[in-house]
Design a protein around this ligand. Structure first.
Ligand code: HEC
Length: 618
C-alpha cells in the first residue's frame, strides 16, 4: 500500500514538473535565439516552432550546455554589458530536462505568441539613404573576402548623425561591417584599381585632416544587430564632401553573388555638446608570433590624464587571437575588469556597450593583453603548417587592438580630448621611439593649444624621420612664424611648397611671413596665387587689401576689401577698414555707411565711432 502510494505521488510530481516546449522552452528560444534563428538571418536554421526545436533538440542541448549558444564571448563577471545574451543556469537546466524528457510539445494553450520582427530599416525610415554607387561581384567560392567600399555622401550642409543603419542587400554573404568616416577623402584614390568597386584589406585607416577631431563612435554592424541611436547631444558631425568607407567581411555562398549595400543615416536635431573619443590600446609593432607558439601575447597600457566614463569596448584580433583581457587599475590600486574573452573567435567579434558607464578617475591605468595561439591546435589557424605571423591587415596577418569609447570629464577650460590624445601619443612614442605619427601629432597638439615654441622640437623630430612630409614641414614653419623666427619660417615654407606646390595653407603662411618680414611685394604675389585657389577666404582678401593700402595702391585694395566684407558681413573691424579706405578714396557717403554698419555690429567699436565722427565733420 505504502509503496503504491509513493509511486503514484512520484508520477504525479513528474507530470507536474514535465518541461514542455509550449510552457518553458518556447519563451527561452523566442527571447534568446529567434533573432538570429529565423529566415533571412545569420543562423543556419530557424527556431520558431515546436517542429524546428524538436528537430534540433539534442544539438540545442549540447550547445546550450557548453555555453556556445547564444553566442556571447565575454566571460561573466568581467564587465556588465547591455544586451548580454546568456542563458541562466535555470534556463540551461530546463532545456536539458526538456530534451532528456523526450522533448514534449505540451499544452497548446501554454504557447506564447511568436516574436515579432521588423523587416527593412530597424529604426524606421532614415533621413538619408546613401547607396553604394556600383555593385560588387563576389565569386562563388574561395576564401573569405575583406573589402572596403568608398561611399560618397552628398550633403548640402553639415549634419549631426545619431544613428547609422546598414542594409547589406545580400545578407547571407555579409558577415559583418564597419563604417569608417573619411573626412579627408584619403581613401578614394585606392578605389576600384582592380576593376571592382572598393579595395582589399581587413582593416582600414584614414588620414586625418589638419583639424583635431577624433572619430568618436563605433559604427559596427553584424547580422541581427540593431544600431543603437546616440542621445542627440552625442551625435557626430558629418560634413559635405565626406566619404563613408564600408569595411566588410564577405563569405562566398557557393554561387556568384552581387552586393550593393545601402547606408541609412538618422539626423539629430542639434549639434552635439558631449564628445566621446575612441582610445586604442595596441602594440602591433611587437606582433611577431613564432610558428607553434601557444601563448604569445602583446600588451599595452595608458594612464588617463583626465577622468573618463567608459561607454563601450571593441576588441579586435584575427584568427590566431585566443584570449583577450582588458582591465583598469584605479589610482588606489584596485583592479576593475573591462572585458575578458577566453576563446576569442573573430566571427563573433562585436562592440560591447556597458550597461552603466564605467567611471574611471584621473590617474587610472587602462591596460590590455591579447594572447595568440599559432599552433596546429588552433582550429582557426589559417596557415598549415603554422608560420611566423606579423601584424598587417590581411586576414592571414594579425592584429591586437582594444578600443575604448570614453566620455572624458571636463576638468579645465581645455578640451579633455586634447589631453587624452596627448597621453596616447606620448605612450606611442614610448612604444615606437622616433615614430613620425607620434612626433607630428604631439607637435600639432601643442601648436593647436597655442604652445608654438614647445611644438617646434616635435615637428623637427618628425621631419628627421620623414623629411618629405609637407604637412610636418608646414607645421614647423607655422610654429616658427608664431615664434617670430621669420627667416627660418620662410625657408621652411618655400621648402614645403617645393614638396607640394598645391599646399594652400603653406602658401598662406608664406604670405603672412613675408608680410611680417616687410616684403610687401613678395607677400602680394603669394596672396594672389593663394586666392586663385581659395577665392572664398575672407581673411586672405582682407590681408591682401591691407597690403595694397600700405603700398597706397587704393584702386587695387578696394575690391579686395569689398569681397572680404561680402564674405564676412558681420565683422565690425572689416567694415571699419573698408570705411577708412573709402574715405581715403574720397567716397565719404559710402565711408559713412560702412562705419555705421560697423557700429550696428558692435556699438562700442571705438575706431569706427571716431572715424564716423571725423567723416561727418567733413
Ligand atoms: C547572434 C545570433 C545567434 C543567436 C542569438 C543564437 N544563435 Fe545559434 N547559431 C548562430 C549561427 C550564426 C550559427 C552557425 C554558426 C556556428 O555554428 O557557429 C548558429 C548555430 C547554432 C546551432 C548549430 C551548432 C552546430 O554545432 O552546428 C545550434 C544548435 C544553435 N545555434 C542553437 C541556438 C540556440 C538554442 C540559441 C538560443 C539559446 C541560439 N542558437 C542563439 C547564431 C545565433
Amino acid at each position: 500500500m505504502k509503496v503504491v502510494l509513493l509511486a503514484l505521488l512520484t508520477a504525479l510530481a513528474a507530470r507536474a514538473a514535465a518541461v514542455t516546449f509550449n510552457r518553458q522552452i518556447a519563451p527561452i528560444l523566442f527571447q534568446n535565439c529567434a533573432a538570429c534563428h529565423r529566415p533571412g538571418e545569420a543562423a543556419p536554421f530557424p527556431l520558431l516552432t515546436y517542429h524546428d526545436a524538436r528537430q534540433h533538440a539534442s544539438q540545442i542541448l549540447a550547445v546550450t550546455r557548453r555555453g556556445y549558444m547564444p553566442p556571447w564571448p565575454p566571460a561573466p563577471g568581467y564587465g556588465d554589458f547591455a544586451g548580454t545574451r546568456r542563458l541562466s543556469a535555470e534556463q540551461v537546466r530546463l532545456i536539458a530536462a526538456w530534451v532528456e524528457g523526450g522533448a514534449p510539445e505540451g499544452d497548446a494553450a501554454d504557447l506564447p505568441p511568436a516574436p515579432k520582427f521588423t523587416d527593412g530599416w530597424q529604426l524606421g525610415a532614415p533621413d538619408l539613404v546613401v547607396p553604394m554607387p556600383r555593385s560588387y561581384q563576389l565569386a562563388a567560392g574561395g576564401a573569405d573576402v575583406f573589402r572596403n567600399f568608398v561611399i560618397p555622401v552628398h550633403l548640402e550642409e553639415t549634419r549631426y548623425i545619431r544613428a547609422v543603419e546598414l542594409r547589406p542587400g545580400n545578407q547571407k554573404i555579409v558577415h559583418h561591417a564597419n563604417i569608417v568616416v573619411d573626412r579627408t577623402r584619403s581613401l578614394r584614390r585606392r578605389d576600384g584599381r582592380d576593376g571592382q568597386p572598393g579595395f582589399p584589406g581587413m582593416d582600414v585607416t584614414t588620414e586625418s585632416g589638419a583639424e583635431f577631431d577624433p572619430d568618436s563612435h563605433f559604427l559596427f554592424w553584424k547580422p541581427g544587430s540593431v544600431a543603437q541611436p546616440e542621445p542627440d547631444d552625442m551625435a557626430w558631425r558629418l560634413d559635405p564632401g565626406t566619404d563613408l568607407i564600408l569595411n566588410m567581411h564577405l563569405q562566398p555562398s557557393g554561387k556568384p553573388e552581387s552586393l550593393q549595400p545601402k547606408i541609412g543615416l538618422y539626423f539629430a536635431s542639434r549639434a552635439p555638446t558631449r564628445f566621446p573619443m575612441l582610445l586604442q590600446l595596441e602594440h602591433d609593432g611587437a606582433l611577431e608570433i613564432p610558428p607553434g607558439a601557444r601563448d604569445f601575447s602583446v600588451s599595452d597600457h595608458l594612464t588617463l590624464p583626465v577622468a573618463v566614463n567608459v561607454l563601450a569596448i571593441y576588441p579586435h584580433a584575427h584568427y590566431l587571437g585566443h584570449r583577450v583581457e582588458a582591465w583598469a587599475t584605479l589610482p588606489d590600486g584596485r583592479r576593475r575588469w573591462l572585458i575578458k574573452i577566453d576563446d576569442w573567435d573573430i566571427n563573433w567579434q562585436a562592440v560591447y556597450n556597458y550597461r552603466e558607464p564605467v567611471a574611471l578617475p584621473k590617474g587610472t591605468q587602462v591596460a590590455m593583453r591579447i594572447t595568440y595561439d599559432n599552433s596546429t591546435l588552433n582550429p582557426r589557424n589559417p596557415n598549415h603548417p603554422p608560420k611566423l605571423v606579423r601584424n598587417g591587415n590581411r586576414s592571414e596577418d594579425e592584429m591586437g587592438h582594444v578600443w575604448l569609447q570614453v566620455l572624458p570629464a571636463k576638468a579645465s577650460a581645455e578640451d579633455p580630448r586634447l589631453l587624452l590624445q596627448e597621453a596616447v601619443m606620448r605612450r606611442r612614442l614610448e612604444k615606437y621611439p622616433g615614430d613620425f605619427v607620434a612626433q607630428y601629432s604631439l607637435g600639432a597638439l601643442l601648436a593647436f593649444r597655442g604652445r608654438q615654441r614647445e611644438a617646434i622640437p616635435y615637428f623637427e623630430a618628425a621631419l628627421r624621420s620623414q623629411p618629405s612630409s609637407a604637412t610636418a614641414r608646414n607645421g614647423l614653419a607655422a610654429a616658427l612664424l608664431a615664434d617670430d623666427r621669420l627667416d627660418e619660417a620662410i625657408r621652411e615654407l618655400r621648402h614645403t611648397l617645393q614638396l607640394d606646390p598645391e599646399y594652400d595653407n603653406a602658401r598662406y603662411n608664406l604670405a603672412r611671413a613675408l608680410t611680417a618680414q616687410g616684403d610687401a611685394a613678395g607677400a602680394v604675389e603669394q596672396y594672389r596665387a593663394y586666392l586663385k585657389r581659395q577665392p572664398e577666404d575672407a581673411a586672405a582678401h582682407l590681408n591682401l587689401g591691407r597690403l595694397y593700402v600700405a603700398q597706397k595702391r587704393y584702386d587695387e585694395a578696394l575690391p579686395q576689401m569689398q569681397i572680404a566684407a561680402r564674405l564676412k558681413p558681420d565683422d565690425a573691424d572689416l567694415q571699419t577698414d573698408l570705411g577708412a579706405l573709402l574715405a581715403m578714396k574720397g567716397d565719404l557717403p559710402a565711408a559713412i555707411a560702412a562705419f555705421e554698419h560697423a557700429l550696428r555690429i558692435d556699438p562700442s567699436h571705438k575706431v569706427a565711432r571716431a572715424n564716423l565722427n571725423r567723416a561727418r565733420a567733413h
